[in-house]
Design a protein around this ligand. Structure first.
Ligand code: SF4
Length: 220
C-alpha cells in the first residue's frame, strides 16, 4: 500500500457550491493557506500553477541508482510509491499547489538536529493539507522532503505498513517524499524565484550559510 492511500487515493467530488469555487474565492483561500504555512514556520510559501511542476523519470531513478539509504524502507519511498507515472496521472486533477520552504543554517542539516527540521517540514506540509481539506479542497495532497522512516520511525526496525500491513504510526504528519515521484524541486525554486542557498545577514560579522528544505501541497 502506498502512503497516498491512507490520505485518500481516490479523487473525491467537491460538494462546494459553484460560488464557493469561484476563482476569486479560490485565490483568497490559497492566500489563507500561504499565511498558514508562514505562521506554522515556513520561511517562504508561494502559490504555483501545477503546470510548473516538472516530473522527471531520471530524478526518481536516482533513489535506486545511486541507491538512497532510505530506498525501500517505507511506503513513502520507491519502490512503494506510484512514481513519476502515478504522479503525472494525479497532477491532471490539479491546477494549483502551495510550494514552501524552511531556510536552515546549512550546518544544522549536517548535524543531529536535522531530524527536527524535517519533522517540522512534514508537520507544515500535512497541516496545509488538513486546512485545505477543511476549506473544501477534499483532494489536497501533501509531500515533503526526506524519508518518514528516518524522520519519524528511526527507533523502529521497520515501517509498520510494510512489515505488518498495519496503519502508519504517524498518519497525521508523515507525508511522501517528493524525490520518489521525480518532482524537480530545483525548477520549483526557480519558478518561485527563491535562492537555493543564501547567507543570513543577522550577524554581519559572522554570516551564516542557509539551505532550504522544501514541501509541496497539491490543492485543487
Ligand atoms: S509507519 Fe513510519 S516508516 Fe512507515 S509510512 Fe508511517 S511514518 Fe513512514
Amino acid at each position: 500500500m502506498a502512503i497516498e492511500s491512507y490520505i485518500g487515493a481516490t479523487i473525491l467530488t467537491n460538494p462546494s457550491t459553484p460560488e464557493s469555487n469561484s476563482p476569486p474565492v479560490r485565490a483568497a483561500k490559497l492566500k489563507t493557506l500561504i499565511q498558514h504555512a508562514l505562521e506554522a514556520g515556513a520561511t517562504r510559501a508561494s502559490a504555483i500553477s501545477t503546470n510548473d511542476i516538472s516530473v522527471e523519470n531520471n530524478l526518481a531513478d536516482m533513489c535506486r541508482e545511486p541507491r538512497c539509504k532510505c530506498y525501500g524502507l517505507s511506503t513513502s519511498c520507491p519502490p512503494h510509491v506510484t512514481g513519476p507515472t502515478g504522479f503525472r496521472k494525479l497532477l491532471k486533477n490539479f491546477s494549483r499547489a502551495v510550494f514552501f520552504k524552511i531556510d536552515v543554517p546549512s550546518e544544522i542539516l549536517f548535524s543531529s538536529d536535522r531530524r527536527e527540521i524535517f519533522q517540522l517540514l512534514h508537520e507544515i506540509s500535512s497541516g496545509i493539507e488538513r486546512k485545505a481539506v477543511k476549506m473544501g479542497f477534499l483532494n489536497a495532497r501533501a509531500y515533503a522532503g526526506g524519508s518518514c522512516k528516518q524522520i519519524f520511525c528511526y527507533d523502529y526496525s521497520d515501517c509498520r505498513v510494510l512489515s505488518e500491513n498495519r496503519k502508519c504510526r504517524n498518519p497525521h504528519v508523515a507525508r511522501p517524499s517528493m524525490s520518489g515521484f521525480g518532482i524537480n524541486v530545483a525548477r520549483l525554486i526557480k519558478t518561485a524565484r527563491w535562492n537555493k542557498t543564501q547567507t543570513s545577514t543577522n550577524d554581519e560579522a559572522k554570516p551564516t550559510k542557509m539551505t532550504g528544505v522544501y514541501g509541496l501541497v497539491l490543492i485543487y
